[in-house]
Write a protein that binds this ligand. Sequence first.
Ligand SMILES: CC(C)(COP(=O)(O)OP(=O)(O)OC[C@H]1O[C@@H](n2cnc3c(N)ncnc32)[C@H](O)[C@@H]1OP(=O)(O)O)[C@@H](O)C(=O)NCCC(=O)NCCS
Length: 206
Amino acid sequence: MSADNGPVAAKIRKYEPGEEQVLYDICLLTGDSGEDASALHRDPDLLGAVYVGPYLRLAPEHALVGVDDEGVAGYVLGAPDTRAFEAECERSWWPPLRARYPVGSFADDTPDDRIVRLIHAPPAASQDVVERYPAHLHIDLLPRFQGRGNGRRLMTALLDGLAAAGAPGVHLGVGTANQRAIGFYRRMGFTEVHTYTHSLIMARPL
Ligand SMILES: CC(C)(COP(=O)(O)OP(=O)(O)OC[C@H]1O[C@@H](n2cnc3c(N)ncnc32)[C@H](O)[C@@H]1OP(=O)(O)O)[C@@H](O)C(=O)NCCC(=O)NCCS
């Protein structure tokens, strides 16, 4: 990798309280199939409220960040038991968000509207997937942190933690438009276990 490709990773460590907003920002900056989704959303925190917030609150021991000399530049978040995580979200994470964002908060079929609908009716992972691969994860790195081995390092550290927590397998969802991430996941040992119109579920044993 060339030396002009941005700063090198300083370290990987557990997320620390107070870093919520920077992780929400990274989620938005990578939220359009790996590209900046800022222009798609009127509310900049909605994506993070679904894909970051509940992990920091409910599974902080599996929230890892990558830090370079400019600060936090990426994260990987996971839950070792997806069914338990879904149940806890239903109990404590979704209700205040549903109150804050009623259905109809945004114009029909806009990206924000679709996320609000997801908050009100979050899809459960399918049973055949959670039986074999009960854990799940999300990973997002800022452009300056990509393509230099940091995804592998963060992923490996998370998988070790999920395995140590007793999970025999892990799954994730990825949009079919995000071919780069799909290539990365394959390289990290994931294979497709479900194909939907616009997304895949990929999984691997631990
Ligand atoms: C996808 C992402 C996490 C990958 O992380 P990364 O740091 O760029 O990947 P790494 O440099 O650690 O690559 C790890 C390995 O995967 C390989 N790889 C990465 N992308 C690949 C691709 N598209 N096809 C094939 N192999 C790929 C690398 O060559 C490397 O192989 P090696 O370690 O065996 O030599 C990162 O690019 C990212 O955050 N993208 C934007 C957000 C995103 O799309 N997140 C996923 C949402 S579902």
